[in-house]
Every structure is written in C-alpha cells, then in structure tokens.
Design a protein around this ligand. Structure first.
Ligand SMILES: [Fe+2]
Length: 207
C-alpha cells in the first residue's frame, strides 16, 4: 500500500494548516474530514480493537476522565512489527509529517502511538490541556470508529467551544508547543457526548 491508498491528500493543504494552527489567535485545533481512506480505516480498526486497553477513571482538579487507553512508544517504526497496520500508518504518515515539520520549522519525528477507546455514555475527557510530556510540535488524531463530540475551546468552562468534525476517517490536528514560548498556547479540548463506542489513534512526538 502506498500513500495514496491510505490517505486522501487533496484536502491536506499543509501551508494553510501550518498557518492556522500556529496562529496564537486560533484555538489551535482543526479537522480534515475524510483524510483516511475507508478501506484502510476498516483494516486499522480490526487491528486496534484487540489491543490490551487499560481503564482510566480519575479526576484531577476539575478534569474528569472515563475511557480506556494503550500507548506504544518506539524510536524506530520497525519496532511496531507486531502491529503491521499501525506500522504502515506511521511510516506513510511520517512522509507527510516531515513536510509539515519543514514548513512549521520544527524538528524530530513521531515516536508514540496512543489508542483511546471511549465507551458509549461514558465521561470521555472533560476540558483539559495536554501535559507537555504528551507531545510537542503537533498531535495527530485519527478517527477510526464510533461517534462522539471532539471540541476545542478557550478555557475549562468551555467558553468559545468549537466542535471539530470527528466523523469516521477524519484527522484532527492539535497544536503542540514548538518552543518554550508556545507552552502557554496548548489548546483546551474535550471529548464527550459519546453516542457509539469511539476509537481514536493518536500519533505524537514526545520530548
Ligand atoms: Fe487531550
């Protein structure tokens, strides 16, 4: 499978995305609907739904979480051999990420895969800002299964909330800090109103 078999690239306008995401006035999150091809989504879904998920049910300050997760850290995509479709996704998406990083003037490569499972009617994750260890430069979230709301907003009380398209095959991009100065620009976001069990796959670059 090649890049074109996995992704619809025509809506991935890298220059525009870079300009929008790193504009400090923007909410720092954007969706590219239909980015993943449907056939690939189905294959990926069958691989990730059998992963060994860990339950997360906690409250930290005002942030409530109720979902399940798996993280796979790797330094080399070859380390993902046990997961051929994730490996394929990482290696093909890395080509796009590289071009994105050139235009967005950051260095480095994706080194973490996370899969989140949100059960229908569960809490999801209330408005929060990701910790720095959860990613620098750019967070890429692939919508693989299910139906829920993914929103970005100005603060933890959901002021200025904007719903991003999180339908199947969408790719959601979240700004993550490229520099020390940008640490304060991490977007507030939340996942809720889970209508049908949702599976999201996240690619991140951990510092
Ligand atoms: Fe988050």
């Amino acid at each position: 499978m090649a890049l074109d078999d996995i992704f619809n690239l025509e809506n991935f306008l890298i220059g525009d995305l870079v300009k929008y995401l790193y504009n400090p006035e923007s909410l720092g999150g954007i969706s590219i609907p239909g980015f993943m091809k449907e056939d690939f989504r189905k294959l990926l879904s069958s691989e990730i739904k059998n992963l060994d998920f860990e339950k997360v049910r906690q409250q930290e300050g005002l942030v409530k979480e109720g979902y399940e997760r798996v993280y796979i850290n790797f330094d080399n995509p070859e380390e993902l051999r046990e997961y051929p479709l994730i490996q394929l996704l990482v290696s093909e998406y890395s080509q796009i990420y590289k071009e994105f990083s050139r235009l967005a003037t950051f260095k480095g490569m994706i080194n973490t895969v996370g899969v989140h499972r949100y059960n229908a009617n569960d809490i999801g994750i209330t408005p929060h800002i990701d910790h720095i260890k959860e990613g620098v430069n750019l967070i890429s979230i692939f919508c693989v299964e299910g139906e829920a709301e993914f929103c970005v907003c100005k603060d933890k009380s959901k002021v200025g909330s904007v719903k991003l398209d999180s339908s199947l095959c969408s790719l959601i991009l979240l700004r993550a800090p490229r520099t020390n100065e940008e640490k304060k620009l991490r977007p507030t976001h939340y996942i809720g109103n889970i209508k049908r069990e949702k599976l999201s796959l996240m690619l991140r670059q951990q510092p």
